[in-house]
Unconditional design. Structure first.
Ligand code: HEM
Length: 215
């Protein structure tokens, strides 16, 4: 498959367009959180707001994870390397949403009852899978600073390929967490598998991105 045949925006518009997209990423990730502050006291989350909040934040984190993984193949497919600049903010926002999801469960659902939290981690496999995915995201977020990227060199790419198992862990965590219904998690799992396939076709492994694409 040719990866350079797609039209990229003219060169002079690329930098401003990336800036606009970066602002859109920040607003798109931040505004729903601001909305929560407005919605929760007004009962917009329904009869079981804690459960709804966990769902809202978990789904948001998963969507941000999928978007993060979409950036490199899009940049390659469109021949628009600077799009890569969206990858780090998207990844960090994904981690922020995952932290809020985790924190809601720890604080509002289990009221920091550490014994119970330990029990849940041991007894409920889907919690353990979610926690494993969160740990991976934490490592990826902490090693995403430019100085560390330079320092780790090629090892950075190897380390950051942990994002693939993290995505699969989250999809299984989602599926397993449901008491009934499978269509929604099946859609997300299909999207994840489709995205991994798409990346495999567009980005030879080990990936060789253009020089402009360093985060
Ligand atoms: C830190 C460890 C984690 C814990 C303790 C945790 C806990 C939970 C809980 C309790 C639920 C709801 C289950 C129910 O319906 O009763 C849930 C659902 C979910 N979690 Fe997590 N989770 C964790 C990590 C993650 C991560 C890292 C992601 C995504 C990046 C994620 C995404 C989701 C999704 C998509 C759902 C389903 C939402 C829905 O039902 O609409 N979780 N999680």
């Amino acid at each position: 498959m040719s990866t350079t045949s797609q039209p990229a925006p003219p060169r002079q518009y690329r930098k401003p367009l990336v800036r606009v997209l970066q602002v859109a990423v920040h607003l798109g990730a931040l505004l729903p959180l601001v909305w929560l502050f407005y919605a929760i006291p007004r009962g917009a989350l329904g009869g079981d707001p804690v459960k709804e909040l966990i769902h809202f934040l978990g789904l948001g984190a998963l969507r941000l994870l999928l978007l993060t993984l979409l950036v490199s193949p899009l940049a390659r497919g469109l021949g628009f390397g600077q799009l890569i600049r969206l990858r780090r903010p998207l990844g960090l926002w994904c981690f922020a949403w995952a932290c809020l999801h985790f924190a809601t469960w720890l604080s509002l659902d289990l009221a920091f009852a550490w014994g119970l939290i330990g029990d849940e981690l041991v007894k409920r496999t889907y919690i353990l899978l979610g926690f494993s995915a969160w740990l991976i995201l934490a490592v990826l977020a902490l090693t995403s600073f430019p100085a560390l990227v330079r320092r780790l060199g090629r090892r950075w790419k190897t380390l950051h390929s942990l994002i693939y198992p993290a995505l699969l862990l989250v999809c299984v965590h989602f599926w397993w967490s449901l008491k009934s219904g499978w269509i929604e998690p099946a859609i997300y799992l299909s999207l994840a598998l489709g995205l991994l396939w798409f990346r495999r076709r567009l980005l030879p492994w080990p990936r060789k991105l253009p020089a402009t694409s360093k985060p």
